[in-house]
Structure formats: structure tokens, C-alpha cells
Design a protein around this ligand. Structure first.
Ligand code: MG
Length: 303
């Protein structure tokens, strides 16, 4: 069984050097967008090309949760524990209500359809921040092929009550994963334009969050290689656990890599969960993996 690759002793404060990296299962084509659902003790994720949502529990293992889901991608829980989901197929942000109905929260910006929302986070003030690259409209593989109606690919900030939608930044070519630092003073956003342009980007940018809503001081936080920072999470010690081609790379708050959770499949995203919150669940191509850590996700107190 593979074990973590320690590149700096600091990494051993986050993960035991002999921690088992378990493959929990999956027969996905491209697994992405994991979320941990505490009330169900379950991981939910998207198998985008198969147009279905998958589910894992300790008792039930990997199961198909739903099919014909209009190519969902990233998801997260809002402050009331409802799932907020990116839909490539509907080109929108949607929310799953407790009664099972789906509420559309954002479809257009200034009259133009969104491209294909990819990943989403909820801030402690309830605002919803999401990326809108073109990957769900480039072909029918992960959505429905269509022309972009927007002049670029933006990161948006959505007020779920008023539905007000604002561009948080237009500085990235293909914004993809995103996560706040523990105190929400920094927003990390990856740019994965290198996935289709050899001269494109493979980095994570960092922005200061001013007044809780404005992004300033853009800088490159880390170049990720090999592969791309498709999705990532911040832990309670402000380390960034990012996907890459060869697994999960762990970066210090300064952007320096201190270790890897090496996997045999191209890796897309991860999420902390489990009974103690210290299990890292990882989506990688066909499979869901789990590794126990010594840390937990950056949990935010409710406002
Ligand atoms: Mg993504």
C-alpha cells in the first residue's frame, strides 16, 4: 500500500509517514467535486462524463447516488448545511433544499449565460464564491457544447438572498479550484488554462480579501507541477492540500511544497471529513481515496 512522500519534516506534523492511502472504490471516468456530508457521514462527488453523482459511506461503500444530473461538478455546504452545487449542464449555481427540490441561484451575468461553474466555496458571511471556466461547454463530454456568452472566465461572488452577482476577479484565464484561508483574509484560486494551452497556467494565485468582499494584491502563490491544481482545500493550520497530476501536494502558507500524497491516477480534488474530520478524501480519475491525517479542514464558526 502506498504511503505519503515526506519532502520536509514539517509534513510529518500533518500526516503520519506510514499513513495508509486507501482506494475506497469507484468506476468513474472523471471523479471531481467531493463534499463531506456530516449528517449522513458520507462523501458525495461527481463523475462528470458519466453524468452522475456518486456516494460513499463506511457501511455502504461506493454507490451511485443519482444519474442524469446535468453534469454537476464542485459542491460545498452552506451555513445551513444545504449543498451548493456547480452545474455544467444547466450552466448555473444551484442549491439542494431539505425537501429535495433544487433552487437555481445564478444563471446569468449582465444578461449573458455563465460558462460552466466549476468549483464553489461559501464564506462565513453566507456569500457564495465560484469559478466559471469553459470546461463544460467546450464539448459534450462534461456538459453541452456551446459558445461562451461572456468575454472571459471570471470568479464570481453571489449573495444568495438577493441573488446579486458580482465579478470578484477577471485576472485568471481559466479559474478553477478555490478556497479561503482559515481567517478568510486570503482567497486562493487556481488557474488551469495549461490544461488546453501548452503556454497556459498551472498555478494557484492568492488574493487579499478586503472588507470581506474585495480581492486585492494578486500574486502567484505556487506553481503546481506535474499537472494542475484542479481543486484544493485549506486545513486548520493554513496548509493548502492541492490536487496535481501525481496526487495531492501539500503547501505551506508561504506556498512551499513539503510533501505529497502520491496516487497512481491523475488527481482532481479533495475534502476533509470522516467521524473526526481528519480523513482526507481524494477524487482521482476513476477512484475515491482516503488517507488519515493529523489535521482537519479549516472549519469556520457560524456567524
Ligand atoms: Mg475543478
Amino acid at each position: 500500500m502506498p504511503t505519503p512522500l515526506i519532502e520536509d519534516p514539517l509534513f510529518e506534523e500533518l500526516i503520519h509517514p506510514t499513513a495508509a492511502i486507501e482506494r475506497l472504490g469507484g468506476d468513474c471516468v472523471w471523479a471531481e467535486g467531493p463534499a463531506w456530508i456530516p449528517s449522513q457521514q458520507a462523501v458525495i462527488w461527481s463523475d462528470i462524463p458519466n453524468n452522475r453523482i456518486m456516494r460513499w459511506t463506511e457501511e455502504g461503500g461506493v454507490e451511485v447516488d443519482r444519474t442524469d444530473v446535468e453534469f454537476t461538478n464542485g459542491r460545498t455546504l452552506d451555513l445551513e448545511g444545504r449543498l451548493v452545487v456547480c452545474s455544467h449542464g444547466h450552466r448555473r449555481i444551484e442549491r439542494a433544499e431539505p425537501d429535495g427540490t433544487i433552487t437555481s441561484l445564478a444563471t446569468h451575468y449582465q444578461g449573458a449565460r455563465l460558462n460552466s461553474p466549476n468549483d464553489v466555496v461559501v464564506k462565513s458571511d453566507g456569500s457564495i464564491w465560484f469559478t466559471d471556466p469553459p470546461y463544460g461547454i467546450l464539448s459534450d463530454r462534461e456538459g453541452h457544447a456551446a459558445e461562451s456568452e461572456l468575454p472571459g472566465c471570471y470568479v464570481f461572488r453571489l449573495e444568495p438572498e438577493s441573488r446579486a452577482l458580482a465579478v470578484a476577479t477577471d485576472l485568471l484565464v481559466h479559474p478553477n479550484g478555490l478556497a479561503f484561508s482559515v481567517d478568510e483574509s486570503i482567497l486562493y484560486i487556481s488557474d488551469t488554462s495549461g490544461s488546453i494551452d501548452p503556454a497556459g497556467n498551472h498555478h494557484i494565485m492568492a488574493f487579499d480579501v478586503e472588507g470581506g468582499r474585495s480581492l486585492t494584491n494578486p500574486r502567484v502563490f505556487a506553481e503546481v507541477s506535474p499537472g494542475l491544481a484542479d481543486g484544493f482545500r485549506v486545513d486548520r493550520t493554513d496548509h493548502v492540500f492541492t490536487s496535481a497530476e501525481d496526487g495531492i501536494h501539500v503547501l505551506t502558507p508561504e506556498g512551499r511544497r513539503i510533501g505529497k500524497i502520491s496516487l497512481p491516477e491523475v488527481t482532481s480534488n479533495c475534502v476533509f471529513g470522516g467521524p473526526e474530520g481528519n480523513d482526507l478524501f481524494i477524487t482521482a480519475s476513476t477512484s475515491l481515496y482516503r488517507v488519515r491525517t493529523k489535521t482537519t479542514g479549516a472549519s469556520r464558526p457560524l456567524p
